[in-house]
Unconditional design. Structure first.
Length: 142
């Protein structure tokens, strides 16, 4: 319906504003204002979509599960784009990237977190690993 289309259009405009602001590597005050206004509009449209969804929820049935999933995906996409906009507008004033992590440091941190002995020895992780290992071994033996 109209709320979904309005949210889609507003999110697309915000994504374009973020992309255009990043072209030159610097985000000036005009771009921050444009992104902030567009982000506020996306948030308003997301609230309107959720209100329309709640109003029609009594009429929805299991036959419309694909449509419900689409609305969830649309809302999630708009939230991720507003998160991007927030990240861009919260950058330091000089536009430097000194507070950002590089891909290599992020990958190293992820590997360290994955193979952290404290995280690997939690009961839920051990249970998960044992169940998956048993299933894989049973399939391999067959």
């Amino acid at each position: 319906g109209p709320p979904a289309l309005q949210l889609c259009d507003a999110t697309e405009a915000l994504m374009c504003a973020c992309s255009m602001a990043c072209v030159d590597g610097q985000i000036d005050d005009d771009e921050v204002d444009r992104i902030s206004k567009s982000s506020a509009l996306v948030k308003e449209r997301r609230v309107a979509l959720m209100a329309a969804f709640r109003d029609s929820e009594a009429q929805l049935s299991a036959d419309l599960s694909d449509e419900q999933l689409f609305l969830f995906a649309l809302a999630m996409w708009s939230r991720k784009v507003t998160d991007l906009a927030s990240t861009l507008t919260d950058m330091p004033g000089e536009g430097t990237h000194h507070k950002r992590t590089t891909i290599l440091s992020a990958a190293c941190a992820a590997v360290k977190a994955t193979w952290n002995p404290a995280a690997m020895s939690t009961p839920s992780h051990l249970n998960f690993a044992a169940r998956n290992w048993l299933g894989i071994m049973a399939t391999f033996i067959m």
